[in-house]
Design a protein around this ligand. Structure first.
Ligand SMILES: Nc1nc2c(c(=O)[nH]1)N[C@H]1C(S)=C(S)[C@@H](COP(=O)(O)OP(=O)(O)OC[C@H]3O[C@@H](n4cnc5c(=O)[nH]c(N)nc54)[C@H](O)[C@@H]3O)O[C@H]1N2
Ligand SMILES: Nc1nc2c(c(=O)[nH]1)N[C@H]1C(S)=C(S)[C@@H](COP(=O)(O)OP(=O)(O)OC[C@H]3O[C@@H](n4cnc5c(=O)[nH]c(N)nc54)[C@H](O)[C@@H]3O)O[C@H]1N2
Ligand SMILES: [Mo]
Length: 768
């Protein structure tokens, strides 16, 4: 057969798959990509990794006793291989049983997760389409990425565009901005990624182009490398979780020194007077001044005052990464970013104001095509049953409990069946030991997976899914590109496309035609392409017909390169009024205040996080854990690939630690260490660096959970999954978002024998 090159795309970019004799053997970058991601190599290699699920499996006692089997054996006992028809009949039977006996609310199909970049075969969307046709299920709202940000911004700005973009473009910043103040930096590592793919990795180019233009950068972050070296940023290693206090200190200086913009505040905002009372300490006697902020954040008062003056003295742009809101009271740094920018009065001016998520994802700061990205329709749920995304363990552990959420009250149903397809809660959720206990509550757990992730290991019925190389699809994000993903190889083992799995199940449950609408894979792609092609035409953008697109492999739309967020509102605040109750930027929100939440009042405030270096707990657990996004994989995806594995330290996930913190604990570079707190413990490999601020350690997310006693809570994770240490609590009653950045830990040298990593091996199989 010889060698062929086949076009494909992924969340980490487009590339060509090299196929030799029916096997994928390598990856070559998309010809227009100036910064191709090494993750493509891992994707191709992982296809044949021993962690691949080769056929359907059922947990042993579940096969014998069904829902009456002992759920505490989940994750512990062996699997039995079964044929597809047995597996499908079992799944259809369980769905039918739970629906009949307990109703659709008892089925949890939130299935949060990134799945693949392909929009037709997008696993989570397929599950949602399927359950919607089945009468609905309990699902999740918001995202782990951005729960607090996307719930607070509609109250403040009328919608959540500030979070998802488009934001002020890098081109506008390059031309107009004098000072960029960056909370959480703009780490290059994250710019490899965009949900649904990216063509050129344009943000890496844009960021590099900011160097040498005389723009000043300030990086407020526990990690110096959060801004690339070329930008020659001033690094302010703030205590994690204290950004809101720093912003308040800046705001206080501006107001106290008359450097604020009363005309802007009058015309474009509401509620400054209420906020000002808090800022100046009129009611509580505590001005939120630079000295106050210094004592909380560890950044000295004079530095804060000078920074405020510099911000007022030039065109300044404030960026706040999404990570800041993935923390206790994560609504506050987002709201306070907007308020600080409003006090400076530069919102809507070229290169001025604020933006979120620069350095969180490739899309931010890039112009946006006016055409909405292609998406598979999921339909509507006939029932209204949902939880805030990160309340999964609470839901499973405490049915009947009522919680607050964004002005409403939600009572948890009793979940009997969990269906996950395209996500990995044993990667993404906080406090995995608690999740292990919660996971023992439902009667039945069904998972479609490609690999033996923990989510697959902790299932009763495991169905093997194809990777994107084994099917045809289209990748589309808010990037200006759309890519053909052409099938490169035959399905590996007995893997099937999620689409085909759901079609077969729908057949057994009597709604196959509604699910497929009578279309095959290629007919769906043609159909979806035609829908967006017509949308593009309405915007005056001409796209080729499907055949030409499929052959060329991509289309690229023109985008607006000079865009400034809220410039239209600035130009015409009445005609372009915001969709807030007042039509203005809400520094004080009557609506949020009316909810009466003690942990999210009517204007931004500093509230101590549940854990931080200033809390009493820091006497026992002296280090703040940052579990940020991983450089060499996407979450847990591709941890089984060669790129991620090559960077492990003695097989463990690297933990970054300041040399002085290491010395105090007798830890040397390359040592295996144990991280622990009262929630859990894991091993990791020490990497000493002065780019890590004192008192903080970084353990990136995504090392596959590797418990030494699977199925039991409270075991040692041998590999370095930070979520055995993180705290499972909502940001506040408003968003109830995840708070993975709020965690204290202690670290010690591991002096025992170093156990083998088992996470990438197949689980025990019996009765084959
Ligand atoms: N401590 C800590 N935890 C965090 C974060 C943090 O900053 N710190 N960040 C959070 C954030 S922002 C996010 S978005 C989440 C990410 O959490 P997830 O999105 O759940 O993580 P992924 O590892 O991407 O999981 C996707 C899973 O889908 C599977 N998959 C891929 N393609 C297919 C397919 O076609 N079919 C099927 N059936 N399966 C497929 C992959 O094998 C993988 O296991 O993690 C969150 N967790
Ligand atoms: N390579 C790669 N890129 C990714 C992903 C991936 O898995 N791999 N995931 C993607 C996804 S789903 C998302 S949602 C985005 C997330 O994008 P972000 O949330 O922005 O990403 P993080 O890397 O978690 O955080 C950015 C930086 O914030 C800093 N930080 C953490 N806590 C604090 C704090 O309290 N204060 C301050 N000032 N700084 C702090 C950390 O040092 C960290 O490096 O990334 C995307 N990009
Ligand atoms: Mo995310």
């Amino acid at each position: 057969m010889g060698e062929r090159l086949v076009r494909t795309a992924s969340h980490w970019g487009a590339f060509w798959v090299e196929v030799r004799d029916g096997r994928a053997v390598g990856a070559r970058p998309f010809e227009k990509d100036a910064h191709p991601s090494p993750l493509a190599q891992s994707q191709v290699a992982a296809v044949y990794d021993s962690s691949r699920i080769d056929r359907p499996y059922v947990r042993k006692s579940f096969l014998e006793h069904g829902a009456a089997s002992d759920p505490t054996q989940r994750g512990a006992e062996p699997f039995v291989p079964v044929d597809w028809s047995t597996a499908l009949a079992l799944v259809a039977g369980e769905l039918g049983r739970v629906k009949r006996d307990h109703g659709n609310r008892a089925i949890f199909a939130g299935s949060y997760g990134w799945s693949s970049a392909g929009r037709l075969h997008h696993a989570k969307s397929l599950l949602h389409r399927f359950v919607n046709l089945m009468g609905g299920a309990t699902v999740q709202v918001d995202t782990y990425s951005n729960a607090a940000g996307s719930v607070i911004t509609p109250h403040v700005l009328g919608d959540s565009h500030a979070i998802g973009g488009p934001g002020t473009t890098f081109d506008s910043i390059a031309e107009n901005t004098g000072l960029v103040v960056s909370f959480g930096g703009m780490p290059l590592k994250n710019l490899q990624i965009d949900a649904g793919g990216t063509g050129e990795h344009a943000s890496q180019t844009s960021l590099a182009a900011l160097a040498g233009r005389g723009i000043e950068f300030v990086c407020i972050s526990p990690l110096r490398s959060d801004l690339p070296d070329e930008l020659k940023a001033e690094w302010l290693p703030a205590i994690p979780g204290t950004d809101t206090a720093i912003m308040l200190g800046l705001a206080h200086t501006l107001v106290a020194e008359g450097l604020h913009a009363p005309a802007f505040l009058d015309r474009y905002t509401v509620g400054f007077d209420r906020f000002q009372r808090y800022l100046m300490g009129l009611d509580d006697g505590q001005p939120k001044d630079a000295a106050w902020a210094a004592q909380i954040s560890g950044i000295d008062a004079e530095t804060i005052r000078k920074l405020a003056r510099r911000m007022a003295g030039t065109r300044s742009f404030i960026t706040t990464t999404w990570s800041l809101q993935r923390a206790d009271h994560g609504e506050q740094p987002i709201w306070m970013t907007v308020v600080l920018a409003a006090i400076l009065g530069q919102i809507g001016l070229p290169g001025g104001g604020f933006g979120f998520g620069y350095g969180s994802m490739n899309r931010m700061g890039q112009g946006r095509s006016p055409v909405a990205p292609l998406n598979r329709p999921v339909g509507r749920s006939p029932i209204n049953s949902y939880i805030p995304v990160a309340r999964i363990s609470d839901l499973l552990l405490h049915p009947g409990t009522t919680i607050d959420y964004n002005g409403t009250r939600i009572t948890f149903p009793e979940i009997k069946l969990v269906y996950w397809c395209g996500g990995n809660p044993f990667h993404h959720h906080q406090d995995i030991n608690r999740l292990v206990r919660a996971w023992q509550k439902p009667e039945t757990v069904i998972v479609h997976e490609i690999f033996w992730t923990s989510t697959a290991r902790y299932a009763d019925i495991v169905l093997p899914a194809t990777t994107t190389l084994e099917r045809n699809d289209i990748a589309a994000s808010s990037d200006r590109y759309m890519f053909a993903m052409q099938q490169a190889i035959e399905p590996v083992g007995q893997a099937r496309n999620d689409f085909d799995i759901f079609a077969a199940l729908a057949e057994q449950l009597g709604f196959r035609d509604d699910f497929t609408e009578g279309r095959s894979e290629m007919e769906w792609l043609r159909h979806l392409y035609e829908v967006v092609r017509q949308q593009a035409a309405r915007h005056g953008i001409e796209r080729p017909d499907f055949e030409t697109f499929w052959q060329t492999g991509y289309v690229a739309d023109p985008v607006e390169r000079h865009y400034d967020f809220l410039s239209a509102y600035r130009a015409d605040p009445d005609g372009q009024a915001l969709r807030t109750p007042s039509g203005r930027i809400e520094i004080f929100s009557e609506r949020v205040a009316s909810f009466g939440y003690d942990d999210c009042p009517g204007h931004p405030v500093w509230i101590e996080p549940a854990e931080w270096l200033g809390s009493p707990k820091a006497a026992r657990f002296k280090l703040h854990l940052i579990s940020n996004q991983p450089t060499l994989r996407l979450h847990g995806q591709l941890d089984n690939g060669p790129v991620s594995r090559a960077a492990k330290v003695r097989g463990r996930e690297p933990v970054l630690i300041n040399p002085r913190d290491a010395a105090e604990r007798g830890i040397a570079d390359g040592d295996v260490v144990r991280l622990f707190n009262e929630r859990g413990a894991c091993l990791a490999g020490a990497v000493l660096t002065d780019a890590m601020s004192r008192g903080v350690v970084q353990l990136q997310t995504g090392a596959w959970y590797d418990p030494d006693r699977p199925g039991e809570a409270g075991t040692l994770d041998r590999h370095g999954n930070p979520n055995v240490l993180t705290l499972d609590k909502g940001t506040s009653k408003l968003a109830q978002g995840p708070i993975s950045q709020t965690a204290l830990v202690e670290v010690e040298r591991w002096n025992q024998a170093v156990p083998a990593i088992r996470a990438f091996e197949r689980p025990a199989v019996s009765g084959a």
